[in-house]
Write a protein that binds this ligand. Sequence first.
Ligand code: MOS
Length: 740
Amino acid sequence: MTAGGHVRLGSNAGQGLTRRDGVLKVTGGAGYAADCRPEGLLHAVTASAGIARGRVTHLDVAAAEAHPGVVKVYTHANALPLALSPDNKIHPFVWRMDALQSDEVRYAGQPIALVVAHSLEAATEGARLLAPQYDAQPARVTLDDAEPYETDTTAFGRPSGHSSGDIEAARAAADSHLTTTVETPSQYHNPLEPHAITAQWHGDQLEIDTPNQAIGLAKQTIAAFLGIDPSQILLRSPFLGGGFGAKAIVFGAQFLTILAARDLGQPVKMVLRRDQMYGPVGHRAPTRQTLQLDLDAEGHILALEHDTITTTSTFDQFLESASNASHSVYATSALRTEHHARRADIGTPGPMRAPGEASGSAALEIAMDVAAEARGMDPLAFRRLNYAKIDPSTGLAFSSKALEECYAKAAEAFGWEGRPLAPRQMREGRLLKGWGMGTAQFPCPMFQAAAHATLRADGSAVIETSAADMGQGAWTALAQIAADGLGIDVDKVEFRSGRSDLPDAGVAGGSGHTATAGNALFNAGADAVRQMVDLATNDPASPLFGAGNLGVTARGGRLHRNDDDRSESYEDILARAGLELLRGEGKASREGTPERAMFSHGGVFAEVLVDPDLGQIRVSRLIGAFAAGRIINPRLARSQLLGGMIWGIGFALHEEALHDARTGRFVNNDFAGYHVPVNADVPMIEAMTVHEDDPFVNALGIKGVGEIGVTGTVGAIANAVWHATGIRPARFPIHPESLI
Ligand code: MOS
């Protein structure tokens, strides 16, 4: 393993262990929210709006209630009140909700009723019997028919624009000016597991099973809107079948289910259908991005401008911050970015894997390729010429940046050298072949987390934090870190997680979960060890007596003297002290860290084959190398990076949600119509990591790998398509017909 950060880790971190929950998942032993079957369970189904804008004028509640299986129908006419209006914005990361507060329809797919029944089938049939009628207004769903509005909206608390350096002067000094426009579509998260909830009340105590990426925030949110104390809520989310940002938020239909369970005095379960995942639970908003690069005669970027126009809903604030992707990747003396939002009759967008960065990087990497072409330069040489040695947007030094090593390693593995500069030079049989590349970059934030680590008399331990495992392997990587904090083998660590009565681990998002929860767990383990060292070194009966707190090392379930070879087991120390348990507590956040620009980096190289007659595009090779600080579990990190890169294939070639222009309804809200990459779309693909020792990001030197794989990849594929065909893609996904 690499020796990153300030802290030496033991031998658990760095191992490519398989997922601890793998067997449970492949044998059906892992229980998801939709698997809950408490005694007396009722089933709820939401009815979804079939228009995008207007009012519900009639619902045939009598017909639905006449169904023998239906228990109760909730509509705007008899909606159960929340303690706070669902249109409240109580936190930047809490979305305004649809909880039947009026007859107004604000987007297609909005819940307009909740039908509760004795069976799923009866609830489904009851919802169908409602046969809604509407007073519909013309729908505005695309960038072009949305209403422009200027906004001071901030995305994740960041300003919606940035300006540094003298753009006018830089432009005047430049030799060439290159403008690139790129459009990206609406994309939907499509986790395999849809949003689901089982809610049950025991008196005034609420028990909820629902998948969530930010369990602590979810509990606070639910408490605030129900007007109850957070201590009255137990939320369980041990397994998530994917999240990608959509499950960082609690949505209206989940609240309606909780309210119905209280009203009816019985547990209620609600599981969204696949088509109901389009609209009410967030999406990646479309963008139209314009970049201008002003270059001097040698090809240095003097000015970089990146404008994004995007859509948001008519009733909330989320802004897809694509232009931010240009802040810190390439050197420039002047930088200007802007975002403009337009209000449309759509569900509120939200964070989706690499929010902002994925779309922004796609456009930036195409603009870089356009500039390299204009200068007659190799795309990699052009990026090296404009390598950012400091963060151009802040002037800060990078905490670490092994990007050059990534470029070198991936280019070598790909065989980039000798690539012809001009397009349409390579063939494989009758297919056109092209090579393209892109730079990957993603911030490495940390949130706040707390954790407990409890050593038991038998030398095993329980570690506790409410971390969420969306499938990324958090159970495993975090247990490895905790085991090293405790100085024991990972097999002796029991991990309790995914419950709101455990210490809050923050959000599993922003690629910051391993760093955040991991440091808290490590600190908790180290706290327990510290207490044990005190016990031993102050006890004349211990072979460690007098060694001093810095004179011992914890490993293998024993404390070892540093000055000779005597040691003592945790079991013996605890037994002599008469302790059954020894509990350590830990916290982590980025507070007090010196200011640095903190990012993971990578270089991605793509080969595509394009059918010159049909325009069909196949990615035939995809190779990335990434620098992400200390890698805790190389197997799981590679898997995350590959997943991100495969997402990049989907972004480049497949994913696109389409609305019917008249009704605003979705026309492809299922896996038959909304395409994501399948095995046949995924070629020879490799993700490698390079050594990177970061002493600033956090004590363990962990950066994060969850999202960076999407960045760089999309642009690399688009640039390879240009290299194959000579046609510069201007919109995603790249359609075959745009190439013939
Ligand atoms: Mo993610 S979009 O940080 O879950």
